[in-house]
Structure formats: C-alpha cells, structure tokens
Design a protein around this ligand. Structure first.
Ligand code: CA
Length: 291
C-alpha cells in the first residue's frame, strides 16, 4: 500500500519540498493527516498562547506523480476519508466573521460517535467529512498551507469529500500533491474560523490528465460540476469562479451567451469560506446540463 504518514508534513506548498513518495499515474495513495493545529489541542483548558503557531495548517506530503508535467491537470479522486473519534473547534477574538464580538478565545472538544458530532447534551448532527487543505506546488515561490489560490491550498470547501474528483493544475514536474486539515463537519462560510478539526486518513487515486484544458481548481461528482476561485475580495472570487464555469461550458461547445444564461438560470453560486486570507467561492451546475 502507498502511504504517506503524518511524519511527512509541510507548512507551505512549494517546488522546493522534497517528495515524501513517488507513484505512477493511476495509483491509490493513503495520506495520514494531523488536524489543523498539528494535534496540539487535547483539552478545553489548553490555551492559544500555549500553541506553537509555526505548526498550524500542516499538510501531509508532498506526493510526486510520475509523468505529471507543467500544463497537465492532476485529477485527485477522494475515495475514503477516515476521521478520529474526537474533534476540536475554536472561535474568539479577532477570529472569523464574529471576531469583534469576543474578548478571548474559546476551545470546544467534541466526541464523534456513530457518525454523529456530539455538540452538547442536547445537540448532535451527522458528520460532514471533508478535506480543508488540498493542493499542489505553485509555479513559483512558496504559498502557506493556510492560503487558498489557483493551486488549491486551504480551500475549505465542504464539497471536497468522499466521491468527488478534484482537478488541480500541474505547475511543477510531479505536481507535488499534499493535503490535511480534515473537518468532521463544516458549514458553508466556516464563519467562526474553524470546522470540527480532526486527524484522519484520506485514500485517493491520482491520475495525470494530458491536454485537459480545464479551468482549475474544479470539482466533479456524480451529479455536479463545480468551479472554485479564491481572492481577498469575495466579490472578485465570485466573478472568477463564474468565469471559470463559463469557460468550461464554452470549451464543451456552448456559446458564451448560452453558457451565461444557463449558469444564470440553472447554476448556483455558493460560498466555500470567508475566513481565510483569501475567500473561496464556487459555482455549481448539474452534470446533466453539460452536453
Ligand atoms: Ca482550513
């Protein structure tokens, strides 16, 4: 079995990272991941001051996919996400949408039992497993794993879950795929700055697509095609994600006018997250409508 253990973590995506593993296109690989705090929070009495902030948002990897060349697309199919039986959520001063309403940080640890998040004695809800950070090396420089961009990264998109295929650009030979920051649950927006952060294991299959010409990052599952885009300004992210969907539909033979009308009539603009250094928007359209 191809496995990358969580001893192999990076905090920035970069061509300079040495591969933790090399595999052929078409391989199945297991990534063992820490939570977004590098598993440092184990009690509700832990403090933010006690954290090593150099170890936030680790991603396991990178994986070198043989045959992946600059200009190709790396297709990553998420086959299985296994999560720990306890997760941590945080909120507080200067964090997220409501950071101005707090004067200190709060930590809440929640058990995960029989597929449900035990939020309190009275409140529980089904898990909504997803991958927060997943990406490849950018063409130049290093991008912190906390930042989402064209290369993927901290997209915090709840659709990146079991059964979906994520298409990422190949910017450097081998692509250098890495992932981490699993969430047992997260709502669109991630408004408090965290999901239910958990350690776990992700099983993926990686495939190199030649001459794919896809507007990455892009998602596909059994029912939908989705385009994602990230920008410091959410309004701009919405425009970028919509442009990408229009470009995709045009690449499938539609006129720009028809593509625009189809997205307007039958597509949905959604928010992935509004709390990271760049905000991430997505546009979804039913697969059945893409002829
Ligand atoms: Ca995240």
């Amino acid at each position: 079995m191809n496995i990358i253990t969580k001893d192999n973590v990076i905090y920035a995506m970069s061509a300079a990272n040495a591969p933790a593993l090399r595999v052929a296109s078409g391989s199945r690989v297991v990534f063992e991941t820490c939570d977004a705090f590098s598993d440092q929070i184990t009690s509700e009495t832990d403090t933010f001051e006690g954290l090593d902030w150099n170890r936030i948002n680790p991603a396991t990897g990178p994986l070198y996919v043989e045959g992946a060349e600059v200009g190709d697309v790396l297709s990553v199919t998420i086959e299985k996400i296994e999560i720990a039986d306890v997760g941590v959520a945080v909120c507080g001063k200067d964090m997220g949408v409501l950071g101005h309403m707090f004067d200190k940080a709060h930590i809440k640890i929640m058990p995960i039992v029989d597929g449900k998040v035990i939020f309190s004695d009275k409140i529980s809800f089904p898990v909504n497993k997803m991958i927060g950070v997943i990406g490849v090396a950018p063409a130049e420089g290093a991008i912190s794993c906390g930042v989402p961009c064209h290369h993927g990264g901290n997209l915090d998109c709840k659709k990146i879950t079991e059964g979906i295929t994520l298409m990422l650009p190949v910017n450097v030979p081998g692509a250098l795929l890495a992932m981490g920051d699993l969430h047992a649950a997260m709502g669109d927006g991630e408004i408090g700055v965290s999901g239910l952060e958990v350690a776990g294991r992700v099983t993926v299959t990686v495939d190199v697509l030649k001459n794919a010409g896809l507007p990455t990052p892009m998602l596909r599952n059994d029912t939908h095609i989705m385009t994602l885009a990230s920008h410091e300004d959410l309004d701009v992210a919405v425009v970028m994600a919509t442009e990408n969907m229009a470009k995709y539909l045009v690449s499938q033979g539609m006129t720009l006018a028809d593509a625009t009308m189809l997205i307007s009539l039958a597509g949905d603009v959604r928010i992935c997250q509004v709390v990271d250094p760049k905000m991430t928007a997505r546009v979804e359209i039913l697969l059945d409508l893409v002829k």
